[in-house]
Ligand binder design. Sequence first.
Ligand code: SAM
Ligand code: FES
Length: 347
Amino acid sequence: KNTELIEKLYENQNLEDCELLQLINTISEEEREKLFYYARRVREREYGNDVYIRGLIEFTNVCKNDCYYCGIRKSNDKVERYRLTLDEILECAREGYVLGFRTFVLQGGEDSYFTKEKIGKIVKCIKNEFPDCAITLSVGERTYDEYEYWWNMGADRYLLRHETANEVHYKKLHPYNMSLENRKECLYSLRKIGYQVGAGFMVDSPYQTTDNLVEDLRFMQDLRPHMIGIGPYLSHENTPFNNQKNGSLQQTLVLLAIIRLLFPKVLLPATTALGTIDPNGRELGLKAGANVVMPNLSPVRVRKKYELYDNKICTGEESAQCRNCLNLRVESTGYHIVTDIGNSRIQ
Ligand code: SAM
Ligand code: FES
């Protein structure tokens, strides 16, 4: 019975493959509420009512990759490309600092214009000006040497979703030039260097099976990431997957809760994609075990250009507006945003 599986998952922080499959495939509405209740209990035991915020700075939408799901893929010639300057990036961070952000996430496409040295300089400048802040990089697959260099320049964390832990599925999402093997190797390298590492995947991405989801969970149990980013797959009109169905809110919430129970201490964001499939998505995510939100600090004039999927929220709002909006949203869940660097407690 699913209720027994939920209790077992809560007590053992694990389940057998067949049990996970059954739970994901057959959970009822009532059982979902029970699952979310246990996820909240663990979240509150580990983190109290605190919600950490991360300021996302989308500093380039130029990308050499051609992922079938992604709106800024190389072959999308309808998107106007941009790069922020060092000064513009610093300005975003200054605005964020005043609003209470103590983590800045520098995210972008895989853009070789941003060399090892250029990114190193950005990291160093932010770190000099804000020594009490953490810097998270999210710029895709680079070399061990580059990762190590940025670590030495002061970068603290790295987000690189593995996207799917299954080879066959990986090839369906990235037919050319990319390999799951390399992506996994990047994640293990980052962990070895000392970064707090974030892995993750899209829920209901095209061709995903429940078996794939279980493989994702098993891969992450091996990697032991400090952060796990998951959100629903959402289609973008100018991609080969433009006819594919969007991911489901409930399936994403179920996975968030399962992840909270499997990884009690993990940092788990209620993502922008979750806020995009449902106006209440992020609040529901927080009530299903998430404990992080990552609002946008990018200049408003570029926000629309970093459209990974259609109808992305917060593309018209100034950073301060988003910060206020989010405060109200988080308060409505009974949790509250803290001004804190929000480091991982996983070793
Ligand atoms: N280039 C870096 C990388 O590949 O890790 C960082 C930027 S990439 C756009 C950030 C994440 O956006 C990806 O890991 C992917 O999971 C997510 N993403 C891309 N397209 C998406 C879509 N259509 N729906 C939901 N999430 C998407
Ligand atoms: Fe951006 Fe609500 S969080 S407008």
